[in-house]
Design a protein around this ligand. Structure first.
Ligand code: KMH
Ligand code: ZN
Length: 302
């Protein structure tokens, strides 16, 4: 039997708007159902954001609470909440979910950079909601802010509540920010790193860049676990396949990619998980169960 692979499913997120696909989960019930189906298809982690009824990204505690409860009642997957949030949210708003739910895992964004999702607006012909075009266009002037003060704050919140951080790295410099936190004793080794590749404003979704990330992280961080979240169809599946070959973990899901094949919208998160699970098995990597994932990543059971 090959080395297990931890599949994470990013269920819905702040990079997409409902007009892009009718299959994006919006309400707590839709997000939870989609997460449970993804877990049944082989995801050991479900990464969640929440949205208001009109699909607008939200940080409202009630929405997180409801979604979290529904997922926890329906499956044993590790529920990983976002602390990246959405455009315009403060670090305090983004971090609030950690003390609120004390999830097993939460994301932790390792640096500031331009975060451009405005090109989607240029490709969209009709809109479902008034807020969508303005939201996307506003990112021409948007910096996703994660200063050292923010990073220190997030380290403290996560440590205080015993939450395992998944460190979101969007550029090579962010690996050095992880190193800084390790050297200062703010993060406990071995860390778990997610290479997020293909956001406009950060590194592109290319195999050469993943090889470079992998090499630099090995040299700088020592023992660690890692995964890749590629944006867009090619980014998601090509980079996830490379990660399978290199011994890394993978993330797929409608937060980062809306397509199951070129030109074909993915009907569900589960369909994306099934596809990567199939590729993984072909490469002798069996999808890890949630408990195996807890062991591999060093996550305390909730
Ligand atoms: N949507 C990804 C580009 C987070 O939630 O903290 C980034 C992400 C970050 O998933
Ligand atoms: Zn996210």
């Amino acid at each position: 039997m090959g080395q297990p692979v931890v599949i994470s499913a990013a269920i819905t997120g702040a990079m997409t708007v409902p007009s892009q696909s009718p299959h994006i989960p919006v309400t707590p019930e839709e997000i939870a159902r989609s997460a449970i189906e993804a877990a049944e298809a082989g995801a050991a982690i479900v990464h969640i954001h929440v949205r208001e009824d009109d699909g607008r990204p939200s940080a409202r505690p009630e929405l997180f609470e409801e979604t979290y409860e529904l997922i926890r009642n329906g499956c044993d997957a590790i529920v990983q909440t976002t602390t990246g949030g959405g455009v315009g949210m403060t670090i305090q708003e983004r971090a609030r979910v950690v003390p609120l739910l004390q999830p097993e895992m939460a994301t932790f964004n390792m640096g500031s950079f331009n975060f451009g999702i405005f090109p989607v607006a240029e490709r969209t012909e009709s809109w479902q909601h008034n807020w969508e075009q303005e939201y996307l266009d506003s990112t021409r002037g948007y910096v996703f802010t994660n200063t050292f003060a923010d990073i220190t704050y997030m380290c403290d919140v996560m440590r205080e509540h015993g939450v395992k951080p998944e460190l979101e790295v969007y550029d090579v410099g962010h690996i050095y920010n992880v190193l800084h936190c390790l050297e200062k004793g703010l993060l406990k080794p071995p860390v778990h790193v997610q290479f997020v590749m293909g956001v406009l404003g950060a590194i592109g979704p290319r195999p050469e860049e993943l090889m470079h990330f992998h090499q630099r992280a090995k040299e700088l961080l020592g023992e660690h676990t890692w995964s890749v979240a590629g944006i867009g169809y090619r980014g998601q599946f090509h980079l996830a396949t490379l990660s399978l070959i290199l011994g890394g973990q993978v993330r797929v899901g409608l937060e980062d990619n809306l397509r199951l094949a070129p030109g074909q919208l993915a009907p569900t998160n589960a369909s994306l998980v099934q596809k990567i699970a199939r590729i993984a098995r072909e490469l002798d990597r069996e999808p890890a169960s949630p408990d195996q994932a807890r062991e591999i990543l060093g996550v305390r059971a909730a």
